[in-house]
Design a binder for this molecule. Structure first.
Ligand code: KG4
Ligand code: ZN
Length: 328
């Protein structure tokens, strides 16, 4: 079996998966509460908490390590000081067990969250919607992933987090906005649809975020109903933008399958909108299990399993940590 470690942002997670792709263990320690007072992730704090939490997780599976054949770890992209904690632990375990190391690209990990309950199918296209990325990717083989569209500024998750901060909803903002939006009237406030006139296949969330800022300022004191209406209006436009650009893509590329991964893909309104869109274009919608949309180690194990099957390893001394790196 494979041991997987994820620590690219504010979640420390470990997983064990057998060679057939069955998840044998998964545990995640989230840091949301620690970062909440700061309204976003503080890298040094994340790093310190990973240094404390990763060994705790490892200790809980100490008696199962003998059966581990390879160690997969997220090494890019992400917060370098956070990634380093997982990578150092992976190097130590690989050297101690004398087992090979596998470096997993975080976004490739997210793509493989689609295949936790089924074998991978190629080709497929996917929307990656997370706190760090908003893109369309085409996957043609286990190790072939091409970016075809990305955001010009903020990511979708980042916009949810920043708008949540403006509405005093805390961090992470996505789930808080989704909950509040359920009680709101999405049509009370009118917000602009990003890049509406442009045929260009790209995303943009900073304009929508700034419109929200102005709208909130204009309200002065925001009462509970207005707060819910604002959250609903924002969520509606944020999703409408993703759907409009996804439709542009589906019309031209006509993929057989469209996956959606990353933290924002847990949003029920987004899932419903994508289901309707895919139905219209006769495209199969691939979804990750809800519990594995946000950062986790199960998806890193699943991606690493492909490397194990194909014999792609990396020397412990040669693994690199990078904050930014294109998907491949
Ligand atoms: O994939 P992820 O856990 O981490 C990154 O790789 O970035 O994504 C985290 C992002 C955060 O911005 C969070 O607010 C957002 O996903 N998110 C959501 C929801 N759950 C998490 N956004 C909208 N609706 C949700 N239900
Ligand atoms: Zn992620």
């Amino acid at each position: 079996m494979i041991l997987a470690i994820e620590s690219s942002c504010d979640d420390s997670a470990l997983a064990l998966m057998d060679r057939r792709g069955r998840l044998l263990f998964h545990e995640r320690i989230e840091q949301g509460e620690a970062h909440a007072p700061h309204g976003g992730v503080v890298p040094e704090l994340a790093s310190r908490l990973h240094a404390r939490n990763l060994p705790r997780l490892l200790e809980s599976i100490a008696d199962r390590l003998e059966a581990v054949e390879a160690i997969a770890v997220t090494h890019e992209p992400g917060l370098t000081v956070a990634l380093a904690e997982g990578v150092v632990m992976a190097q130590a375990v690989a050297l101690a067990l004398k087992k090979p190391l596998i470096g997993v690209h975080h976004l490739r990990g997210h793509l493989y969250s689609l295949f936790l309950e089924r074998e991978p199918v190629f080709p497929f296209s996917a929307l990656i919607v997370s706190g760090g990325h908003t893109m369309i990717v085409e996957s043609t083989a286990w190790d072939q992933h091409q970016e075809v569209a990305t955001t010009l500024d903020d990511s979708m998750g980042e916009a949810f987090d920043k708008v949540a901060k403006m509405l005093d909803l805390g961090y992470p903002g996505g789930p808080a906005i989704e909950q509040l939006a359920k009680q709101g009237d999405a049509d009370r406030f009118d917000l602009p649809l990003p890049l509406r006139q442009k045929s260009r296949l790209a995303f943009s969330y900073s304009g929508l975020k700034n419109s929200m800022r102005l709208l909130i300022e204009k309200q002065g004191r925001v009462d509970a109903q207005s707060r819910a209406d604002l959250a609903a209006a924002f969520q509606k436009k944020a999703i409408a933008h993703l759907i409009q650009k996804s439709e542009t893509y589906l019309k031209t590329a006509r993929p057989k399958r469209l996956g959606v991964v990353g933290g924002v893909s847990a949003n029920a309104a987004l899932r419903t909108a994508l289901e309707a869109l895919c139905r219209r274009y006769g495209c199969e919608l691939l979804l990750a299990p809800l519990a594995y949309c946000s950062d986790n180690a199960a998806m890193i194990a699943r991606a690493g399993l492909e490397d194990l099957r194909h014999g792609r390893f990396i020397q412990p001394a040669e693994i690199t940590i990078r904050s930014r790196s294109a998907i491949y």
